[in-house]
Design a binder for this molecule. Structure first.
Ligand code: ADP
Length: 437
């Protein structure tokens, strides 16, 4: 740019000097004539190179950039450099894209790149096989026109892709697919699809095994428990010296029965792939019943305060939700020392229905909180046992909530107390009409 300015300056200066000399040695008319001729030639030169630039821009080929002359030499030189840099970048980008596609094609999982309108931009061969796509034909087609499975279509529309979905392949019902959408860039999505048939089989075997073992153990345990109870009730059947052992046997068989019942409940909920029934539940009356049971369990050792919205109902499976809610209250009673306070709330908050149980009991250290819903995870094993816990309660709660698209939130501080909240989505809420008179 500096050169161009200097060139123009020197050219202008030279022209003025020539014109002045011509004026001095000849006449003003001749000086004007010289000026006009030089300026016209100068303009024609510029117009020519402008035309060349225009021609090149219509068909920009690196090797055919005009050389230019004068100031235009610099312009075309800079253009050549810039264009070379751009082509180099583009080559690098397309080779990186090529490498990415090559690597993605080698993945055993199906990968589909979707644009903002959910149209297929690219997919790898495993995605073609698993989802029945054909990239050559289906490029730029909306994915929901090609993958028409109802669950997939609602997952795509839901916009919440934090969890993958599992569905039976529509091409082969023996195959189970796990599909996850990952948003990236400007509203684009990456669809990952994997065959989880084998994992599902192992999971089903594990669930069936637990359910069968629990079921098989139930009968002998009922028999043993029954006999122990009968012997304890029979006058003189148990000598006083061994009565304490029989009491322990009765206690332990009772614990095992609770454990088996919880295991059966958990495996029943886990293996139930059907959506829970969607019946309107009269929440205030169900919660009053749960609170009465809780008062009986506490035996007056705790102050139980309830704050229940009388107009707030839920759609769901009554039995399951009753279990999920009474579980939290019974935990609060079991982990709050005598004299403690337990608050039960049922209210609408931010368009969600929230059931929460707060206590000022023993509380939980932060590091345990994420693991509480794992099966058999207990902060303090002996305390859980002493209070008749099985270590499966919160696991059952979490499964029931997941089936109802709800979530469990836990806030707790060691030595201060805990709040366990069950948060239900708007779609499950039914608000009873308030009578005006
Ligand atoms: P458990 O039958 O052992 O109570 P849960 O699954 O119901 O099993 O709970 C898991 C663990 O979470 C318990 O063992 C206990 O350590 C902790 N926990 C649950 N609720 C509370 C509470 N309200 N206060 C303190 N700890 C709790």
């Amino acid at each position: 740019m500096q050169d161009i300015r200097w060139n123009a300056f020197w050219l202008g200066l030279t022209l003025i000097i020539i014109c002045l000399i011509t004026w001095a040695s000849s006449s003003a008319t001749n000086a004007l004539l010289v000026f006009s001729v030089v300026i016209t030639a100068y303009l024609i030169g510029h117009l020519y190179w402008l035309h060349q630039l225009n021609l090149w821009l219509k068909k920009p080929v690196l090797n055919h950039i005009p050389d230019g002359s004068g100031a235009w030499e610099d312009v075309f030189g800079a253009l050549y450099q810039e264009y070379r840099r751009h082509s180099r970048n583009q080559t690098q980008l397309s080779s990186a894209l090529g490498r990415f596609r090559h690597a993605a094609s080698a993945l055993p999982d199906g990968v589909v790149v979707l644009n903002a309108a959910n149209e297929i931009e690219w997919c790898n061969p495993p995605a073609e096989v698993k989802l029945g796509l054909d990239l050559k034909k289906d490029e730029n087609q909306p994915i929901n026109y090609l993958v028409r499975h109802g669950d997939f279509v609602s997952y795509l529309q839901e916009q919440d892709y934090s969890e993958p979905i599992k569905l039976k392949s529509w091409r082969n019902l023996d195959v189970t697919l796990e599909i996850q959408l990952i948003p990236y860039g400007s509203k684009q999505k990456l669809l990952i699809c994997r065959d989880v048939t084998q994992l599902e089989k192992i999971e089903t075997m594990r669930r069936d095994f637990i359910a069968n073992v629990s079921h098989e153990l139930r009968t002998p345990l009922t028999v043993v428990g029954g006999f122990v109870e009968t012997l304890l009730d029979m006058e003189g059947a148990v000598p006083e010296s061994t009565r304490s052992y029989f009491n322990m046997m009765q206690e332990q068989t009772m614990r095992m029965r609770l454990l088996i019942d919880d295991l059966l409940t958990l495996s029943h909920i886990e293996s139930n792939v059907q959506a829970p029934e969607n019946i309107e539940i009269d929440m205030p009356s169900m919660l009053n019943m749960i609170i009465n049971d809780a008062k009986a369990l506490s035996q007056g050792k705790h102050q139980i305060i309830a704050n229940i919205d009388p107009h707030l109902n839920l759609l769901g499976a009554a039995g399951e939700l009753q279990s999920a809610m009474s579980n939290l209250i019974s935990n609060a009673i079991r982990y709050t020392p005598t004299g403690g306070e337990i608050k039960v709330n049922w209210e609408l908050s931010n368009n969600q229905a929230v059931f929460s149980v707060s206590d000022n009991g023993i509380g939980i250290e932060q590091k345990h909180i994420d693991r509480l819903t794992e099966r058999f995870y207990r902060v303090d094993r002996s305390r859980s046992r002493e209070t008749g816990g099985t270590g499966l309660g919160l696991s059952i709660v979490k499964h029931i909530l997941t089936r109802h698209q709800a979530k469990l939130e836990i806030n707790s501080e060691l030595g201060v107390g805990s709040t366990f909240s069950e948060v239900f989505p708007k779609a499950r809420i039914i608000q009873k009409q308030v009578a005006l008179f």
